[in-house]
Design a protein around this ligand. Structure first.
Ligand code: NA7
Length: 545
């Protein structure tokens, strides 16, 4: 039932993950009347939903943590290099308790519709509870990998056994013991969960469309040397992350893979393989630019897989040959390749045996060797409608009723990945066109939250009531992002970075490839130059440059 009354707020934030929580903290501190709307019944976002076995961070958790609360930095200790989902969720809950965030979070609620009112300069929002809210600012902290992909496998709804999605795992867990289990998908979620599902299941069949590059995590206690470096000067450590390429302190590579001898190259690749850190894997400056350079590390990875996997045919299938290394999101694993040496684990290559249909009893395969397989459970680790899915899922109408979905029908149009022309006062945290998924999300989240908070304060202090990018600035930013991506090998892969995992989705490169340090400098310069590329409007005047 739709309510008659309208609640007035300064800002509404959607999502109580790490982005929404920090944004709430900052806006509240700055005196804005703010509410977070969250679909789940607690905080945590990604770490609330993705409870599948083996779910972990694959950036060292020392790096993947908030830097804005000095007390928290001192009082919280991670138990492992890569914390598990329950530990990261406990961290989010601890922050919510410590800063009493939940009093301004409305759980189990979704925004259904958002409509800009040009006369009142406000967003009129309608929740799925029938509640009406008018807010000057509408901030989407909805995450980049939060809208699960609808299974694009025929017959998915016919299966009479148990179906699970890694992206919405039952809170009570799942007992696979004695069960015949299918896992579809070999991205990060598949690669993390497969070894653990294999430990319990009677039989495990993995359906692979594209093999991925995966490095061993070598998980364990937090590395002493790294911890010492962090503790020696926390501020310097955090600053180095902010100025880096991907939001983790790392040396910038300056040498070409083709400039050094084969032995030197092999030694470098071996050393980084042993680090167990995704953020340290790129040691040559042309790996993501030059196919020949890339091939050297790709071959190294293939050799590693062939050393681990006993059956050479299975090893071949697990070696990615259709995309360059680092053009799809690489993975970090614990015993992934080793799992395929177990007699009860089978790998199905969907290129030679495509799925004809999911049936009531299992999965029918076609191709050269048709088969009818029976399962007790199917696990969908099939990924997300990344970066844009959660944003366009809300019915958003901007100036003159322009629907965001229509404005983005050929791909997202944003300035800095923060705002979109025609949608005043609508902000996105880690939106498409910002480094987001190519970075340590914590660093990107904090930078966006601080940018948005400072912008809102600027508007308030200078008597403006709306801000919006100019069409010109937005066009140039989109063009710059595409041109920058085209300098690299990244757009060549069938990746979710390119929207290629979702049938019918426009194929454009979604994140900004320039790195978090460079991106931050651009944002800072834009603010210094009086919000270059933005129009600020209010009763006392209008500024556009
Ligand atoms: P990903 O990385 O998008 O992986 C999804 C996997 O599912 C990937 O191997 C896909 O193959 C596969 N997939 C998707 N649809 C199908 C169909 N229809 N048939 C067969 N296989 C399919 O999602 P994750 O959840 O694993 O990881 C998301 C991010 O979370 C990750 O990158 C980290 O940032 C954390 P494809 O490669 O598209 O051929």
């Amino acid at each position: 039932q739709i309510s008659d009354s309208v609640e007035e707020l300064d800002a509404v934030i959607v999502g109580a993950g790490f982005a929404g929580m920090y944004q709430l903290y900052r806006l509240r501190e700055a005196g804005f009347k703010t509410r977070v709307i969250e679909a789940a019944d607690d905080v945590g976002g990604t770490w609330y939903w993705n409870r599948y076995p083996g779910a972990r961070c694959d950036i060292l958790t020392v790096d993947y943590s908030y830097s804005w609360d000095p007390e928290l930095e001192k009082e919280w200790t991670w138990s492992e290099r890569y914390a598990t989902q329950p530990e990261i969720l406990r961290y989010a809950q601890h922050v919510a308790d410590k800063h009493d965030l939940r009093r301004d979070i409305q759980f189990q609620t979704r925004i259904k519709r958002a409509k800009w009112d040009e006369d009142a300069k406000r967003w009129n929002l309608l929740t799925d509870q029938g509640q009406k809210i008018a807010a000057r600012f509408y901030i989407m902290a909805t995450g980049c990998l939060s809208m699960p992909k609808v299974p694009d496998v025929p017959g998915a709804d016919q299966f009479e056994g148990a179906s699970y999605f890694t992206s919405g795992w039952p809170h009570e867990g799942v007992d696979f013991s004695g069960k015949r289990v299918a896992v579809i998908g070999t991205g990060s979620s598949g690669i993390q969960s497969i070894p653990l599902i294999a430990e319990d299941a009677a039989q495990l069949t993995v359906f692979q469309r594209t093999p991925n590059f995966s490095f061993p995590a070598h998980n364990g206690p937090v590395a002493e040397a790294r911890l010492a470096e962090y503790q020696r000067d926390v501020n310097a450590y955090r600053q180095a992350a902010r100025e880096s390429l991907i939001g983790v302190p790392a040396d910038k590579p300056s040498v070409s893979a083709l400039e050094v001898s084969e032995e030197e190259r092999a030694a470098v690749y071996e050393k980084v393989w042993e680090t167990g850190e995704l953020a340290q894997q790129i040691k040559f400056n042309d790996i993501q630019l030059n196919p020949e350079a890339n091939e050297t590390q790709r071959q190294f990875m293939h050799n590693k897989v062939r050393q681990i996997v006993e059956d050479p045919k299975i090893a071949d299938l697990l070696c990615p040959t259709n995309h360059y290394i680092f053009t799809k999101r690489p993975c970090l694993d614990t015993n992934y390749y080793q799992t395929f040496n177990k007699p009860h684990v089978r790998l199905v290559d969907l290129h030679t045996q495509p799925i004809v249909s999911i049936t009531r009893a299992g999965i029918d395969l076609g191709g050269d060797e048709p088969e009818e397989l029976e399962f007790d459970a199917i696990v969908f680790a099939t990924g997300f409608d990344a970066m844009t899915g959660a944003i366009v899922s809300v019915d958003i109408a901007g100036r003159d009723g322009l629907a965001l979905r229509d404005a983005w029908s050929d791909g997202p149009q944003t300035y800095l990945g923060l705002m979109s022309a025609g949608f005043p006062n609508l902000f996105m945290i880690t939106g498409p066109g910002s480094p987001s998924v190519l970075s340590n999300m914590m660093v990107s989240i904090e930078q966006h939250v601080e940018f948005i908070t400072d912008t809102l304060k600027h508007l308030r202090d200078h008597g403006y009531d709306s801000i919006e990018p100019t069409a010109l600035a937005q066009d140039r930013w989109v063009q710059h992002g595409n041109e920058f991506a085209d300098l690299t090998l990244l757009p060549t892969a069938n990746s979710w970075y390119m929207g290629r995992n979702v049938p019918g989705k426009p194929q454009v490169f979604l994140p900004y490839v320039g790195g978090v340090g460079r991106y931050r400098e651009i944002c800072d310069e834009i603010v210094d130059r009086d919000f270059l590329g933005f129009t600020l409007d209010g009763p006392e005047g209008r500024q556009s440059n």
